[in-house]
Ligand binder design. Structure first.
Ligand code: ZN
Length: 225
């Protein structure tokens, strides 16, 4: 808990984007490149290079912070007038956050699992009432690909039973551009544009900035302060 001693606790409830970014920083769970030529940049899990990354697991493992984030998302849902939801689900790494939203909304959290050999699978189709409207929940969203994979698993497990809420709820949305149609499908606490390139096109590598994989042994260089 030593990281949390730095946590700024003067936030309003629900926490807004500034408080959320403070939490990520205090937990050493975010990296936002400062523009110095020598500062490193990130290799995302898909191999692309980027100027920022968020380690949501470091936040989600703190149940109190996770619940506050879920509360903020539920309030946003209610303010949007789009809170008519019969159930929630998320990709496997986001299922704890989805469970918190489900609890606050008084609806079930349908658990999507990692499939043997990769991909995702939903085995609880018999639990889902016909006609349910389900909300996708993701800890973070860069593209909507992971959320779409989770929704696909739900459709395979509960064919002809469900429809989906128009927005995916997430703590951090960090696309290359916020001015795209995909923005209409995301409801986030923090929204931040992050530059992303294929490795061969990365100008930061050309400048000599070190590229550090998020899942590699050097990732502490990104997140340590
Ligand atoms: Zn690069």
């Amino acid at each position: 808990m030593k990281h949390l001693k730095r946590l700024h606790l003067g936030f309003t409830v629900p926490p807004g984007p500034e408080a959320m970014l403070d939490w990520f920083e205090a937990l050493h769970a975010s990296y936002i490149r400062n523009g110095e030529p020598t500062s490193p940049h990130v290799v995302l899990p898909d191999g692309r290079h980027a100027t920022a990354a968020f380690n949501c697991e470091a936040l989600l493992c703190h149940g109190n912070l996770r619940e506050l984030a879920a509360t903020a998302l539920v309030i946003k849902l209610r303010q949007s007038g789009l809170s008519n939801i019969d159930g929630v689900f998320g990709s496997p790494r986001s299922t704890t956050l989805a469970a918190d939203l489900g609890r606050l909304l008084w609806v079930p959290n349908y658990v999507v699992e990692t499939a043997v050999g990769g991909g995702m699978v939903f085995r609880g189709g018999d639990l889902v009432p016909v006609g349910s409207v389900l909300l996708g929940v993701e800890a973070s969203v860069r593209t909507l690909e992971v959320a779409a994979t989770a929704a696909g698993a739900i459709l395979c497990g509960a064919p002809n039973k469900v429809s989906f809420h128009p927005k995916v709820a997430t703590i951090v949305y960090y696309p290359e551009s916020l001015r795209t149609p995909a923005h209409e499908n995301v409801m986030a606490i923090v929204e931040k544009e992050v530059a992303v390139w294929a490795e061969v096109d990365c100008p930061l590598c050309t400048q000599g900035s070190q590229a550090i994989p998020l899942d590699g042994k050097d990732k502490a260089k990104l997140f340590a302060k």
